[in-house]
Ligand binder design. Structure first.
Ligand code: ADP
Length: 174
């Protein structure tokens, strides 16, 4: 698996699947979620509502992932995953790792080879970006998957630098 870093906007990624840092309602929110629904158009929300009605009446649990169309985005699919809110009293690392594992599992089911991830939970959900980056990189590297390319799409310089450190190369590479 090739792991690369991009500084940019996940809605512009030409990947097979882009991952959304969703909330459990699946009905949209701010940050990445807002951008994906805004740029992807109403088809995504339509499928999310169907998922709520059929499989996730109580919402998508934290750490799980589910796919919809990518609507008008350049990608084929959006994989929605719900990151844990950061806690200073409880270690929720495994739930964050689960977001990456489950997203890769869903990507395998779809046959998606190139998958773009944002820094799940590193925004409104409050994770220190260094920890979020380390968990993200360690988890994708440790997961057995048919995905050939994982691309982390970082929205700002701080996140980009944190992921560079986590990759351990100090440069964009493996
Ligand atoms: P969460 O609620 O899981 O913390 P957020 O969307 O608030 O999710 O933030 C997750 C990360 O995504 C943050 O680092 C934020 O800066 C970044 N981000 C926000 N918008 C975009 C975007 N359009 N593309 C890529 N990353 C984004």
């Amino acid at each position: 698996m090739r792991v690369t870093l991009v500084r940019g906007d996940i809605t512009e990624q030409d990947a097979d699947a882009v991952v959304n840092a969703a909330n459990s309602s699946l009905l949209g929110g701010g940050g990445v979620d807002g951008a994906i629904h805004r740029r992807g158009g109403p088809a995504i929300l339509r499928e999310c509502r169907e998922l709520r009605a059929s499989r996730y009446g109580g919402g998508l649990p934290t750490g799980q992932a589910v796919a919809t169309t990518a609507g008008d985005l350049p990608a084929r699919w959006v994989i929605h995953t719900v990151g844990p809110v950061h806690s200073s009293t409880e270690d929720r690392s495994d739930l964050l790792a689960s977001c990456y594992r489950e997203s890769l599992r869903v990507a395998d089911e779809l046959g998606a080879a190139v998958v773009a991830f944002p820094a799940v939970s590193a925004g409104v959900y409050g994770w220190p970006v260094g920890d979020a980056a380390r968990i993200a990189v360690e988890t994708v590297r440790a997961t057995a998957t048919k995905v050939t390319d994982v691309r982390f799409v970082l929205f700002n310089e701080e996140a980009y630098t944190a992921f560079e450190r986590a990759l351990g190369t100090g440069e964009n590479g493996r």
